[in-house]
Design a protein around this ligand. Structure first.
Ligand code: NAD
Length: 320
């Protein structure tokens, strides 16, 4: 099979595909030249991350395409249902990134709780001249043990995050579309399986009780916000908000207002409206920790993603 990995692929995944007899091309093709490249170079498969889109027009223009694989979780950059209706196999790698995203969230919770991100901006410029005042500024941090983490969307990543947070002594509550009372998780603590029950809460109760709120939902229908201007009224004063799921699930302009009026202590965003050109007011806000959509971008996760993609290609080859 000839495969175009248009947003790149980890070397281990590429090697696995090559060992299966596939040819893998990783030279990036511009979006407007993609259909021609797929047809002219007779690619059987297209692998993407989040940058390349595979919409209806591309699918229609490439009748020889057998599959589209997304290295990652959300497949909102692919018209998946339409592709499947045309006999094109569409797959993603849902299991591979949960741990990496959960660890990013823990790192920004620690950073926000102690002002590390802001200290990192100020120490290089004024650390030598204003050491004592900076010391005073960053001496009002808080500890995580005993604080409440509210997780909105309790799927793979939400549950992976719960394990880390519980390990740090946080009280974890969750809400999801399900109506269950609680979810029992089995945590691996030093090689021992420990069972814990994470209670489900109604959404507004969770917003009100949580010192830290982290969203782990997919892109909502019509790009709707899960925490919109109205929902901010239910968020506990002084809370930290985290969004590593999809740009826009927190209303960005309402977020800026509530950071400016002191209702929200800090926000940590890995995903943005208008990626790859996020709103500058968000990027420059002193109370926002911004990372450029790196949730799943660890060496380990990229390797797992590459191998999960290769497994899917093998499945398709076995069907032929
Ligand atoms: P998942 O499907 O396992 O879990 C999502 C959960 O959200 C589901 O249980 C669903 O019922 C719930 N949900 C959906 N809408 C909801 C709502 N309005 N309120 C409450 N719950 C709701 O997905 P996952 O693997 O945990 O991934 C979550 C999201 O994280 C993905 O959809 C993707 O957008 C994002 N993600 C981001 C990165 C990154 O690099 N930052 C990496 C991987 C995934």
């Amino acid at each position: 099979m000839r495969i175009l990995a248009n947003d790149g692929i980890d070397a281990t995944g590429k090697k696995a595909l090559e060992l299966m007899g596939c040819t893998v091309v990783t030279e990036k093709v511009a979006q407007d030249k993609l259909a021609d490249a797929i047809n002219n170079e007779k690619f059987d498969g297209l692998l993407v991350r989040s940058a390349t889109t595979a919409r209806k027009d591309l699918i229609d223009a490439c009748p020889g395409l057998k599959f589209i694989g997304r290295g990652g979780v959300g497949i909102d950059n692919i018209d998946a249902e339409y592709a499947r209706s045309k006999g094109v196999d569409v797959f993603n790698t849902p299991a591979s990134s949960s741990q990496a995203v959960a660890e990013l969230v823990m790192s920004v919770i620690f950073s926000a709780a102690r002002g590390i991100y802001d200290s990192g901006r100020n120490m290089p410029t004024t650390g030598a001249t204003e050491f004592e005042s900076l010391k005073k500024k960053y001496s009002k941090g808080f500890e995580l043990r005993g604080k409440t983490l509210g997780i909105v969307g309790f799927g793979r990543i939400g549950q992976a995050l719960a394990g880390y947070a519980i390990g740090c002594g946080m009280r974890v509550i969750a809400c999801d579309r399900t109506t269950d009372d609680y979810k029992t998780l089995t945590l691996d603590i030093g090689g021992h399986d420990v069972k814990v029950n994470v209670p489900y809460m109604p959404f507004h109760a969770l917003l009100n009780q949580s010192d830290v709120i982290s969203l782990h939902v997919p892109k909502q229908a019509n790009g709707a916000a899960v925490i919109d201007r109205e929902e901010f009224q239910h968020v506990r004063k002084g809370a930290i908000l985290i969004n590593t799921s999809r740009g826009g699930v927190i209303d960005e302009s309402a977020l800026i207002e509530h950071l400016d009026n002191g209702h929200i202590r800090a926000a940590c965003l890995d995903v943005f409206v208008g990626e790859p050109k996020p709103n500058e007011a968000i990027l420059k806000h002193p109370s926002i920790i911004a990372t450029p959509h790196i949730g799943a971008s660890t060496v380990e996760a990229q390797e797992r993603i590459g191998l999960e993609l290769a497994d899917n290609v093998q499945r398709i080859m076995n069907q032929k």
